[in-house]
Design a binder for this molecule. Sequence first.
Ligand SMILES: Nc1nc2c(c(=O)[nH]1)N[C@H]1C(S)=C(S)[C@@H](COP(=O)(O)O)O[C@H]1N2
Ligand SMILES: [Mo]
Length: 347
Amino acid sequence: MDELMRVMTPRPRNAETRRPYLRSWITANKVFFDRNQGEIPETKIDLSEWQLIITGNIDTPFSIDFEYLLSMPKAIVANTLECSGNSRSLLDTKASGNPWTIGGVGNAVWGGVWLKDILERAGVASAVRHVAFEGFEKPLGKAQIKFIRSIPIEKAMTSTILAYEMNGEPLPLKHGYPLRALALGWTGANCVKWLEKITLLDEPYEGFYMDQVYRIHQPGEDPKTGERVTDISLKSIITQPEPDASVPLGKVMILGAAYAGEKDVETVEVSTDEGENWHPADFIGPHEPFAWRHWQYVWNVNQPGSYKILSRATDSSGSKQPMRASWNKLGYNNNGITEHGVTVQVA
Ligand SMILES: Nc1nc2c(c(=O)[nH]1)N[C@H]1C(S)=C(S)[C@@H](COP(=O)(O)O)O[C@H]1N2
Ligand SMILES: [Mo]
């Protein structure tokens, strides 16, 4: 399977989707990117042994089994998932972390339940501010730190699902079988896999994966003082042609995707002259909340040479993708237009 993916580290497994597989609106499960802090469980847990515990500040802690989940009203939603560190390796100034190019993103149709339907049953106390998720995989490293992350109660009650299906199949083992959280439109770090415990908290969860990483900060700053990564940043990517490709004179089909987390992508434009002139791209395929939009632009080129193709997305509030990423120590949220440019040779 690995030839399908660009593997950055085998253990824990971190692998990105190759550019050609980003050209379809649905990213197939077998080429969907993998991002792990710990060990992917070796085998699928026996569903009769699995339970989801709901505890913390609630009237009566309880647990639900898989059968109960299946009996609940089903949510079916498209959602584009992106790792906060995606595009890190495209930054001019190196940032530490996995060297993602553009393939730390994918779009799937997920089946599951609304988290609010479970929390309402719990009777959420008014003091509750965050909801923590904990997975059951084995942590790697000496410190054996579990991947525990919490999100604000407002997000949990409005647009978070617990998914047990991915593109019509049971959630694959490496994507969190049997159940994962999906904070719709938020970066992957907020979407805990192999879920086994949900804790209602009066404060955000404190721990390594909340306070030391997934924070926007500069070298020398205490990571904890930085903003948490939440909503996916407005961004467009070029999926065709490949960087450094040779293309013939005439009509060149440029393909790409654009996404905006909780917001909606309104326009995508393309420039082939360093941002001097911008031309509207046409959207192709589905248009769903929380999901990327795919686009195409037919470029008529009649001068041989080296060209850098740029794409620029605008969201429904009128915000435009920035010309340059705003750099931070861990290289999160790189959405710079220039960084995502693709250079081609026209002959
Ligand atoms: N239990 C658990 N959940 C996790 C992680 C993890 O290491 N352990 N990694 C997170 C991060 S950083 C990302 S980007 C997404 C990646 O999801 P995927 O591997 O299904 O693409 O899972 C998130 N959920
Ligand atoms: Mo991530």
